[in-house]
Design a protein around this ligand. Structure first.
Ligand SMILES: Nc1nc2c(ncn2[C@@H]2O[C@H](COP(=O)(O)OP(=O)(O)OP(=O)(O)O)[C@@H](O)[C@H]2O)c(=O)[nH]1
Ligand SMILES: [Mg+2]
Length: 533
């Protein structure tokens, strides 16, 4: 296969939505239909059931929610898929937003009973800004759902995007029979299989075949047929250009847990989604075909494999070919590094990979100097600035109650800090050595506690901290100037891990008041970036 063919067959996409819409379930079913697993696991794994491939973390299995994004690479129908399952909860959204920088398309999952929920809307906004093509899966049609026309209307009204139904649900809730594919004018009637572990048997036929009607009343069936006629009458056609521009979304209906409509989604997605596109860097386009290898790190994860206890840096390849053992320029250290330990990833399983192409996400092990946002390239002129940064809004002290285990506590915390979803701050003029953790949302602290215990054997105790706002001070501010600051009640000066001074405020009002009354001391919601960052 030629270099260009390798690029053209890559599909790199994320599954996104509000919590609980069914992303992980759908991911598992895409793996089942894509032939990457033989038997689908379930999110709420009971004793003798296997858990999903993407929710592999101990706490995820326990809680039945996704905490961290997962990469799954597999081949299907000539394509190489890099699929990323993301967490929906807003406290974990920093991870999700980073993933969005690494993909070329998304599948947006909607709970058909609930319609568009707040977190879906936020994620959609980010996709729109980035011009990422969006495919929509209307999930949970096996539960009493909103009218399909109302769901389409919601997409257009709430998100302001064109919606093109590729297929249409027949029946709803207990009567959900399957979907009618408007492209091929065929009806796909499914049978439910216990636990949804295997592919659902399907009969493909005409809309008016007798088995299609199932338990559906004459009136309900007639209504559906009328809806379909209406859609036909509207005469809209699948507009590939609008989809690729992120202006219109193809809509698929189904039920992930029952395997209804999963095959149609997978095939429809692959047919219409884009291969890797050029990346823009400082106004210059870097095409995937560019012979220079380049990519950026969008995620770091420690201890994926309890046997290895190492950390993996996830890199999205943007241009050129990756060869194991190649030497590249690392943007942060401005040094040359040899990439010898490279892996393809499938949940928490990894396998050495010798080559990779634009679109691929691979894991690099053994480079402590790698950080989120770093560029790796054979052409040092290439520097990506893709990773968005977020201002922490939750603060809490983390105590080590067991002084005998200080080493485990400290080592664990340091490694978790490197993943970049929590930060540690230290109060100025304080003898207190307890780290003050800062994160986008408080659930992150629970994750830290759980992981410290399960991955490092270190107990910890959280103590609420009285602040809710952090602002960075100018980096060149002098110690004497810090002493002279007149802070509002309850505010404190602290340092981040890079020794940059910050002010912690009790609330937004207090931060704004300080800003108004100290015009000579500009504050920023994010650390001031160094030139190379
Ligand atoms: N009835 C019904 N339930 C479903 C369907 N798909 C998923 N579920 C259930 O919805 C719940 C949430 O599913 P997940 O796949 O974990 O949802 P998620 O979007 O990955 O959630 P987060 O990652 O935590 O944001 C689970 O109990 C699933 O079994 C479906 O098609 N029908
Ligand atoms: Mg999930």
């Amino acid at each position: 296969m030629t270099f260009t063919q390798e690029i053209q067959r890559r599909r790199t996409f994320a599954i996104i939505s509000h919590p609980d819409a069914g992303k992980t379930t759908l991911t598992e079913k895409l793996l089942l239909y894509g032939g990457a697993v033989q038997l689908a696991g379930s999110v709420t794994a009971r004793k003798n059931q296997r858990a999903t491939t993407s929710d592999w973390m101990e706490l995820e299995k326990k809680r039945g929610i996704s905490i961290s994004s997962t990469v799954l690479q597999f081949d299907y129908d000539g394509y190489r898929l890099n699929l990323l399952d993301t967490p929906g909860h807003k406290d974990f959204s920093e991870d999700t937003y980073r993933v969005l920088t690494a993909v070329d398309a998304v599948v947006m999952v909607i709970d058909s009973a609930k319609g568009i929920e707040p977190q879906t809307r936020k994620l959609f906004e980010v996709c729109r800004q980035r011009g990422v093509p969006i495919f929509t899966f209307m999930n949970k049609c096996d539960r009493p759902m909103k009218e399909p026309l109302a769901l389409l209307d919601e997409l257009e009204r709430v998100l302001g995007i064109g919606a093109f139904p590729v297929n249409w649900p027949i029946g709803n809730g207990a009567d959900f029979q399957g979907v009618y594919d408007r492209q091929t004018k065929t009806m796909h009637t499914f049978e439910r299989v216990v636990g949804g572990k295997y592919r659902a048997p399907v009969i493909v036929g005409g809309l008016h075949d007798p088995e299609v009607r199932g338990n559906l009343s004459e009136a309900d069936f007639a209504k559906t047929v009328e809806e379909l006629e209406m859609l036909e009458h509207a005469g809209e056609i699948f507009d590939d250009a609008a989809v690729l521009a992120g202006k219109s979304t193809p809509v698929f209906f189904g039920s992930g847990v029952n395997n209804f409509g999963v095959q149609l989604l997978l095939d429809g997605f692959l047919k219409h989604s884009p291969a890797p596109k050029p990346r823009v860097m400082a106004g210059i386009e870097i095409a995937p075909e560019n012979p220079a290898f380049s990519g950026f790190i969008f995620k770091i994860q420690a201890n994926m494999d309890p046997k290895h206890r190492d950390r993996i840096a996830f890199i999205r390849v943007c241009s050129g070919k990756f060869d194991r053992d190649m030497t590249v320029h690392h943007s942060r250290s401005e040094k040359k590094v040899r990439l010898s330990s490279s892996h393809k990833l499938f949940g928490n399983e990894r396998e050495t990979v010798d080559e990779a192409y634009p679109g691929d996400v691979i894991g690099l092990v053994g480079h402590d100097s790698f950080g989120i946002g770093d560029t790796l390239t054979t052409d040092p002129k290439i520097l990506y600035k893709e990773i968005p940064r977020f201002t922490p809004e939750a603060f809490s002290y983390l105590h080590n109650p067991n002084t005998g285990k200080y080493k485990q506590f400290r080592q664990g915390l340091d490694q978790l800090l490197q993943e970049g979803v929590i930060q540690a701050l230290y109060l100025r003029n304080s003898s207190l050595k307890t780290p003050l953790l800062a994160a986008v949302g408080p659930l992150q602290f629970e994750v830290v506690q759980f992981r410290l215990e399960s991955e490092y054997g270190a107990e910890s105790r959280l103590e609420a901290a009285p602040w809710s706002v952090v602002r960075w001070l100018p980096t060149d501010i002098k110690e004497a100037d810090l002493d002279a600051l007149s802070l509002p009640t309850g505010a404190r000066v602290a340092y981040d891990i890079g020794k940059n001074p910050v002010i912690l405020f009790q609330n937004e009002w207090s931060a704004n008041y300080f800003g108004e009354t100290n015009k000579n001391t500009p504050l920023s919601a994010l650390p001031v970036q160094t030139a190379r960052e």
